[in-house]
Ligand binder design. Structure first.
Ligand code: ADP
Length: 694
């Protein structure tokens, strides 16, 4: 199997497509079954680790296994539990019990699970775990929230299924900003996100750039899609071909913030219909970065045959928007009886269909994996800032994980395009249906159940607190071994369906580590934040950063530093009259950092400039004798000193990490500079309004 899909790909013949596309990301091959569907092998039952506390497991014919506890000489016998753990008695020991003592069931607080509840209950039953439906009296192992990290307050232990700040980061403006920073540094790698402008701040740039495009070629008449910030389920979305088409703010109300984005006008069609992919992604941990992708997803179909946008059909939502919530109201919507028909189908059924037409689905799948990893890499820096503010290092707090819903469109040339990331993807496994004229009822949806229960159950298996303990003994868990992609597909020993989540990071870290530059800037930022819970850098902290990193000189005096700070901080906070937390947020700091890097390393590309300045700052901060100010900063921001696990070390140059990244395309049009509107800082009081699931 080839590692790189260089050159051109086989053309899809699904709807008479004819375009080729170039490969832009070499990836390790993804295992596919006979039908071309990506597969995740289940646990390899035999594995060994090193270290005095390691264990070595050998499978026995009668499904029992002998486990050698290294360094102790003890041999214990155990078997796979229903929850995917190997029960050996080691747990019992860790829990202070005797060898062979059964572990208490994992407890899951489901009181805030909202619409995930049904799928969650099924998963908990399958795993033989314990549901705590009315909320905790005693601490639980896992808290399943329906909206955000803050659904339950004051959790000091266990795990929460939401990261602080993820809801904010998935808003259309914040996501666009995070991707845009990456597009400035890595324009080729991040070309999977349509060019976007933030309204109202960037109206002028949008209007001018469109004007220039039309002037350069009068035959061009591009279409744009306008999406309200924080909107979901297609609400408030419309298409335009001219800035004059932007809907004015309702009289008296402030202009609604929105993203206006290039409309992908040549989507891949199946049965002449536009569709998009809902892919479930588990962000298991930020430090170290761990990402899993569900091998099965959903495809949501439009209900009116697609035509390229024209002035006449711009308003046809059933032709242009794939949202279930909209199309379900069309007379043509077909509730799927099977997984391969109707208006909502499984991803594998669509991939099979494409494979049958000669499409290289392996390539499509590896491009999708690349898109997911790069998107997560773009949002992680800001997530880390939120994380240290809500769960300061050294204070008791839970750890977090989160299931994300990635909405992806395939272009006719098979290139995946990111539409959005949902922090609260709908996990409903039923839908409303008109069971008699005018009578609606909730009926089970087999397609949703098949996909979503698998995702929830595998997520639970991966965050099983029992696994954490064994992981500390350097033992690979059943689910992790499965997700790592080795071994063969087979049923779980206890009849549990084979895992559907596949680890993609750190598995592919070699290919993507070089992209984690902004994360290193975030680590510096957090280091100088000072006060616990803060998310903004004050002027003194900014000066300390400059001084400790030795960035000032006779050409760039501390007075210039103050002016730079005031200029950038003011621009970024200008659009926030309600801002109670003054100072420079991460994105403003990144802008300042890019400015400093460009000043200092003039002859390099933006990416090289940033890498060089990071190397310089990190080297300065690693010098042995920090001053008193530095010591204070360090004691307040301990997490920062950990750095980016697996990310390039200061002295390592970018080229040494994975394959040489493609150089930025000279043709890449300049992106609009970051605007001075809403920073994705934490609003106080924190955003807690219910956010529609999507
Ligand atoms: P929402 O959160 O309201 O669902 P999305 O960004 O997912 O907003 O957009 C809604 C739908 O609009 C998508 O499911 C997709 O069908 C269509 N869409 C969104 N962005 C684009 C785009 N840039 N090009 C083509 N279609 C798009």
């Amino acid at each position: 199997m080839s590692d790189c899909y260089g050159g051109t790909v086989q053309l899809p013949d699904v709807d008479g497509g004819e375009d080729d596309d170039e490969c832009f990301v070499p990836l390790s091959p993804v295992l596919l079954d006979a039908s071309g569907v990506p597969i995740i092998p289940v646990p390899a039952l035999e594995f060994r680790t090193t270290g005095t506390e390691g264990v070595e497991v050998r499978e026995n014919v009668n499904k029992q296994q002998r486990v050698l506890v290294k360094g102790t000489g003890k041999v214990v016998v155990g078997k796979w539990e229903a929850n995917g753990n190997y029960s050996t008695g080691i747990h019992g020991q860790e829990n202070g019990g005797k060898l062979g003592k059964k572990r208490r069931p994992v407890t899951v607080d489901t009181s805030k699970a909202k619409t995930s509840l049904e799928g969650l209950k099924i998963s908990i039953r399958q795993l033989k775990w314990k549901e705590i439906p009315t909320g905790r009296r005693a601490p639980c192992d896992i808290y399943w929230h329906g909206v955000s990290f803050h659904d339950n307050e004051n959790i000091t232990s266990g795990q929460v299924n939401k990261f602080p700040g993820m809801l904010e980061m998935s808003r259309k403006i914040n996501l666009s900003r995070a991707v845009r920073i990456m597009q400035e540094l890595f324009p080729v790698e991040y070309d999977f996100y349509p060019r976007s402008w933030i309204l109202p701040d960037e109206y002028q740039q949008f209007s001018t750039q469109l004007h220039m495009v039309k002037e350069s070629d009068a035959t061009l008449n591009p279409t744009f899609i306008v999406k309200p910030d924080g909107g979901s389920q297609g609400e408030g979305i419309y298409l335009i071909r001219d800035p004059a088409g932007l809907r004015p703010a309702v009289a008296g109300a402030p202009a609604r913030q929105a993203v206006v984005q290039e409309y992908v006008h040549k989507p891949l069609l199946v049965d002449k219909l536009k569709f998009d992919i809902r892919l479930y992604v588990l962000l298991k941990s930020l430090e170290p970065l761990e990402i899993y992708i569900a091998k099965e997803g959903l495809t949501r179909f439009c209900t009116e045959p697609y035509q390229e946008p024209s002035q006449k059909n711009l308003g046809h939502v059933f032709m242009h928007l794939t949202n279930y919530s909209l199309n379900v109201h069309s007379g043509n919507f077909v509730h799927s009886e099977s997984q391969s028909t109707g208006s909502k189908r499984t991803l594998s059924s669509v991939l099979q269909r494409l494979a049958a037409k000669g499409v290289d689905v392996k390539r499509v799948w590896s491009d999708i994996i690349a898109l997911v990893i790069k998107t997560v890499v773009a949002v992680v820096p800001q997530l880390k800032v939120y994380y240290q503010a809500d769960i300061p290092p050294g204070k008791p707090g839970p750890s977090c994980f989160q299931i994300l819903g990635f909405d992806i469109l395939l272009m006719k040339n098979l290139k995946p395009v990111l539409l959005e990331v949902n922090a609260n993807p709908s996990m409903r496994i039923d839908h409303e249906q008109e069971v008699a004229p005018g009578v609606f009822d909730c009926v089970p949806s087999p397609v949703d159940e098949e996909v979503k229960v698998g995702v929830i159950r595998d997520t639970l298996r991966l965050v099983d607190p029992g696994l954490k303990k064994t992981a500390s003994c350097q033992r690979r868990s059943a689910a992790e071994a499965a997700a790592a992609g080795d071994g063969q597909v087979r049923k779980h020993p206890d009849g549990m369906p084979s895992p559907c989540l596949k680890q993609v990071y750190p598995k592919y870290s070699r290919q993507f580590n070089y992209l984690r530059l902004v994360e290193r800037i975030a680590v510096l930022f957090v280091r100088f934040l000072g006060v616990k819970g803060n998310m903004r850098l004050g002027p003194t902290a900014f000066r300390t950063f400059i001084r400790n990193c030795k960035l000032s000189s006779s050409n760039f005096t501390m007075a210039s530093v103050d002016i730079l700070y005031i200029d950038i901080a003011r621009r970024w906070s200008g659009a926030l009259p309600d801002s109670r937390e003054a100072g420079m947020g991460l994105q403003a700091f990144v802008e300042a950092f890019l400015y400093l890097a460009a000043r200092r390393f003039k002859s390099q590309t933006p990416r090289e400039q940033v890498a060089s300045l990071l190397d310089l700052c990190e080297a300065q901060l690693e010098s042995p004798a920090p001053g008193p100010e530095e010591r204070r900063s360090l004691s307040c921001g301990r997490s920062a000193s950990r750095g980016v696990a697996g990310a390039p070390k200061p002295q390592v140059h970018l080229q040494h990490l994975g394959p040489a990244p493609p150089s930025p395309s000279p043709a890449a049009a300049p992106l609009p500079r970051r605007a001075s509107s809403q920073d994705c800082r934490r609003a106080k009081p924190r955003l807690r309004e219910a956010h529609a699931e999507n």
